[in-house]
Design a protein around this ligand. Sequence first.
Ligand code: BTN
Length: 261
Amino acid sequence: MSVPDFGHMPAGYNLLYRETLDSTNEEALRLGQAGEEGPLWVVARRQTAGRGRRGRAWTSPEGNLMTSLLLSLSVTPIVAAQLSFVAGLAVYDMIVELSRGKKNVGLKWPNDVLLADKKIAGILLEASGTANKRMRLIIGIGINLVHYPKDTPYPAASVAAFTGEIHSISQVLPLLAHKFSVRFQEWIYGEGFETTRLAWLERAAGVGEKIEVRLPSTIHKGIFAGLDEQGALMLAQGRGRVCSIPAGDVFFPTPLKRDAL
Ligand code: BTN
């Protein structure tokens, strides 16, 4: 199969295309360990061992977008973690453009993108160590353009199922890369995490509503009260008690209010 024409990527970002990879995150990790500094988008038509958050597999059939951005930054791990919110906003912006309107697009903590309340994209941020005082960071992004898994704990969907249109990876990747570069600039030159945190919260599903945060051995229930200054989820549990949860999977026990998205 011929190499797709990805058109114009943003200035300063390189692109590596492969027909098949085990995982674009794994390839970016290998490249980072071999000295590549990026910024580099790695994209594959299919993955044989795509991975998701918390050790889960990520179904990666041809037609969906599987990509990873390799960056080298002089930041602490806590600051690096903010990048998953930057990436979530970029995917959100891209999906709004593809679906021609933001009414049904939302963000689900920590970094899922929803279309009509169903998960259509996930983000996996990984690090591959430090070289020359700069941390190699890999932002893996999977977008269900066409296919979606039917047996996930949180319901999934695809862009095509919602819009009726099939978008190719060569159309979508440059759009995503441009949206990312805008959100990345906003993060770099904004007021620390604050600009990104507020932009993310404005687009978040379920703020002020009852949620469940599932961890491997427990479930926390409460009201989604916001994001703290490090991106942890703030859960109000009554009597003025608010706890910060650094990781977990959010579920909405009651249907989301439309204006929550
Ligand atoms: C999630 O669990 O929601 C995160 C999914 C991230 C999947 C993407 S697909 C491209 C990149 N390569 C991988 O192996 N995983 C990420």
